[in-house]
Design a protein around this ligand. Structure first.
Ligand code: PLP
Length: 369
């Protein structure tokens, strides 16, 4: 019997360990634990890759959203649009800054916010900000259009790119075309660090300065405070590991995209459809995306389990289905719900072998529905 194939296997992700021990020793010898040279190095390199002027590393991707929302003055009395399909943290961040989330459905062609529903919500509600979420390592080709829609209505646009580091649309970084964006370095994301971690990206010096203060207790100086902030700093050890992962980032994206492309070309079973990413989008290969009829999807899960092949369902439920979101105002078309019923994600990670990919393709091609 062949070995089990995991959905993701973190120890198989290559880590560049050149000078790792001596760099670690430097941190210990200098007790440079909170912030420090590796955090600064990471911020510069992240800014280059995302093509954004300012980057601030912080404690996690959820804090990144909360700090950015606070920095653009979102709080009680503000309503913020979030998509019905995202990780729960997007919704949480709005509630945690005291604002009111308004849920909008997504568009099946892009898996991003449905612009018509966003426009309707902006007309009918007093909306202060929109959080656009680029899931699955791809992006909605409509982000520039969404930014224009927001700007012409005096609404701020921020992007939750926790799954979209390195993604581009028409050659332009998805960290552009917004007032600010965030990402997460949770170890299973496409770029991970050695603990929780996150970052905020903005071309605005003013927003960057506010974020830096809010993420560090609202400090003006060591013992004077201009905001009631958070303690959300990155450790230098996490940043050291993050820099080593940045060294591997383009190779790991190439390997992920290779696996996805093999699925696209060799997985010929017509029962599944491979999500067609718009040609303007260059993804980072975070997840593979397949859709199939719900009953068949349940059967395919059975076959994969029997064959000991890991898989994902990102996400099995919508935001609006979660009990704490029951009272939220929402603009739904049923697309997010349909995605949760029909999606399946096959294994994609940098260390996946050709043998494993072939085994998965053989198994799924043999699926009779
Ligand atoms: C992972 C994730 C987050 C939260 O990031 P953490 O670092 O786990 O706090 C937020 N939004 C999306 C879309 C995510 O995938």
């Amino acid at each position: 019997m062949s070995n089990a194939i995991p959905f993701i296997k973190l120890p198989r992700i290559n880590t560049d360990d050149t000078n790792f021990i001596s760099d670690l020793k430097f941190i210990y010898d200098n007790t440079e634990f909170i912030g420090g040279r590796f955090v600064e190095e990471a911020e510069g390199r992240l800014a280059d890759i995302a093509n954004v002027k300012n980057v601030l590393c912080c404690a996690n991707g959820t804090d990144a959203l909360q700090i950015l929302l606070r920095a653009i003055n979102i709080g009680p009395k503000d309503s913020v649009i979030v998509p019905d399909l995202t990780f729960w943290a997007t919704y949480e961040s709005v509630v945690n800054v005291g604002a009111t989330p308004i849920i909008c459905d997504i568009d099946f062609a892009t898996l991003g916010l449905d612009l018509e529903l966003v426009e309707q919500a902006i007309k009918e509600q007093k909306i202060s900000a929109v959080i656009n979420v680029n899931l699955y390592g791809i992006a909605s080709k409509n982000q520039a259009q969404l930014y224009d829609l927001c700007k012409s209505n005096g609404v701020k646009l921020i992007c939750d790119n926790a799954q979209a580091f390195g993604v581009r649309v028409n050659g332009e970084s998805v960290f552009k075309n917004c007032h600010g964006a965030t990402t997460s370095f949770y170890p299973a994301k496409v770029l991970g660090c050695s603990s929780d971690g996150g970052a905020i990206f903005t071309d605005s010096d003013e927003i960057n300065e506010r974020c830096r203060s809010i993420a560090n207790h609202g400090r003006k100086d060591h013992y004077t405070f201009q905001h009631v902030g958070f303690n959300s700093r990155m450790s230098n050890i996490s940043a050291l590991y993050l820099n080593k992962q940045i060294n591997e980032f383009s190779d790991s994206v190439i390997r992920r995209l290779y696996a996805i492309d093999k699925y696209r070309t060799s997985l010929t079973n017509k029962i599944l459809s491979h999500f067609q990413v718009d040609t303007s989008v260059s993804g980072n290969g975070y997840l593979s995306i397949f859709f199939l009829d719900m009953q068949k999807r349940v059967k395919l899960e059975g076959l994969l389990k029997e064959s000991r092949i890991g898989y994902g369902r990102v996400y099995p439920e919508t935001v609006s289905m979660q009990p704490p979101a029951k009272l939220a105002k929402s603009y739904l078309s049923g697309v997010a719900k349909r995605v949760t019923e029909e999606i399946i994600n096959l294994p994609v990670f940098p260390g996946i072998t050709d043998d494993e990919i072939d085994q998965i393709i053989k198994c799924v091609n043999g699926f009779k529905g």
